[in-house]
Structure formats: structure tokens, C-alpha cells
Design a protein around this ligand. Sequence first.
Ligand code: ATP
Ligand code: IP8
Length: 253
Amino acid sequence: MTETVVLKLGGSVITDKSGECAIDHARLHEVAEELAAHRETALVLVHGAGSCGHPEARRYHINDGLTGENIPGVYETHAAVSSLNTAVVDALRDTGVEAIGIHPLDLALAEDGRLVSFETRHIAEMTEHGIVPVLHGDVVMDRLRGSCIVSGDQLVTRLAVALASRRVGLATDVPGVLQNGLVVPRIDRSVAATLDVGGSGNTDVTGGMQGKIAELLALADAGIDSHIFHVSKIGRFLDGTGHGGTIIGRSMP
Ligand SMILES: Nc1ncnc2c1ncn2[C@@H]1O[C@H](COP(=O)(O)OP(=O)(O)OP(=O)(O)O)[C@@H](O)[C@H]1O
Ligand SMILES: C=C(C)CCOP(=O)(O)O
């Protein structure tokens, strides 16, 4: 099986998170050029929602469960993040990357906010043929709540395990996890307990940096390290050279 890289583009880097679905096309183009320069890498791309999905998810209280009143929010939230997905796929295809958008709403089911079924075999098949699947955090039907929001971070961990990926990266708008203004180079469960990590500076229904670290520590428990770094360091991450960010890993014995 080809060694697959799972890379998440944070919603904070491809949208202006303080606006309403304000897509940063210039940034998307830069990222697409970088990924095109690493065309030989088998890649699964995930992106967050940023301002295309978080505001809708919050407005309709999607994570609190479906009531008679908020059902239109399923469509509104999915439509917003799907429009971002189209922009990401288009930017990649413009640089010659064989990207295809995949929507978790179509193929996943959750229970109390956690994925209980998520088909990934077709995604593995795509990477074998040089296709770059582009998934995104999404609204997903939930057997307990009716629906919930599954973050791109949760998808990253599921994909990494399913595809046995050993290279998992999250590109965001900060140089890594910060403590007193400095990047924390490595975080395991014992280091995490000492950190003062917040959510997101903007509208975010999935826990911001705190949510990210919780997901990635669970991935580390499964034996897979992951990397959080600034979006400008994607090339260095793909090359395996230093990205100056944070590695989330298992506690050293
Ligand atoms: N200790 C910390 N170190 C770094 N960032 C932090 C910290 N505490 C809180 N944050 C916030 O976390 C944000 C990154 O998380 P956020 O979820 O917004 O990013 P993202 O994954 O790019 O977005 P999205 O969830 O839309 O995909 C940073 O912009 C910062 O405001
Ligand atoms: C809000 C939606 C639709 C998805 C959230 O995914 P994230 O931006 O990765 O947290």
C-alpha cells in the first residue's frame, strides 16, 4: 500500500474566520501550488469550515441536536462548507492536481458527536490512482442527536488510522501550539495537562485548538504522531524537514 499523507487545511487559513463565508482565494492558490509541487506524494486532504459553516452551525445550534425548528440548518451548514470544498478542489485542479471533493454527510454516521461509521475504502483506492480526495468538516446525521458537526480534526484522526498513515499534519494560522508566546515543540498527555490552551479566536463550534489537541492525543494513543504548524510550512512538512511547529505524540516511557 502507498504511504499516504493526511493533511488538514485549517478553516482559519483558507477563509477569513471573522467574516461570513469569506474564502481566501489567494491563500488557496498558494497552497495549491505547494501541493502541486509535491505531486508525487499520496495525499488525502481535509479542510475545516472557517467562516463557511461555523457561523451556520452556531446559528442553527446543530450540535445541540435537531428540533423541529433547526432542520434547515443541516442544509445551510452543509451548503456553506460544500461551497468552500468546491473552491478548494477548483484551486487544486487549476494547478493540475487530480482533486475530487468528498462530503462526509454522504458517507458517514455519528452517535453523540462521534463517527460510528465512515467508509474509507474508496478513499484508499483513489490515492492508489493518484487522485487527491478532498474531505471537509461537515454536518453529519447522528443517531442520538439527529445531527452533529464532525470536525475536520476528527476526520483526520479517522482517516489516519484507516489509511495507516504515518504522516499527519494540520496547517493552521499559528506557528504551532503556543505557551507564553512560544511554540511548544512536543505535546503528550502529561505536557497537555500543564498547558493553557484556548478555543478559537473566532466562531468555532468544534473546540478550536483545544478540540484539535484532544483529537490528536487520541490519535497518539493509537501510535500515530501528528504535526501542527503554520500554513507557510506545508512544503517543509511534506519534505519531512523541520516545520518549527508542534508534534503531538505518545508519552515517552
Ligand atoms: N495555546 C494556543 N496556541 C495556539 N493557538 C491557540 C491556542 N489557544 C487558542 N488558540 C487559537 O486556536 C486557533 C486555531 O484553531 P482553529 O480551530 O481556529 O483553527 P483551524 O483548524 O485552522 O480552523 P477550523 O476549525 O475552522 O478548521 C488559533 O488561531 C488561536 O486563536
Ligand atoms: C462547522 C462545520 C460544518 C465543520 C467544522 O469543521 P472544522 O472547521 O474542522 O472544525
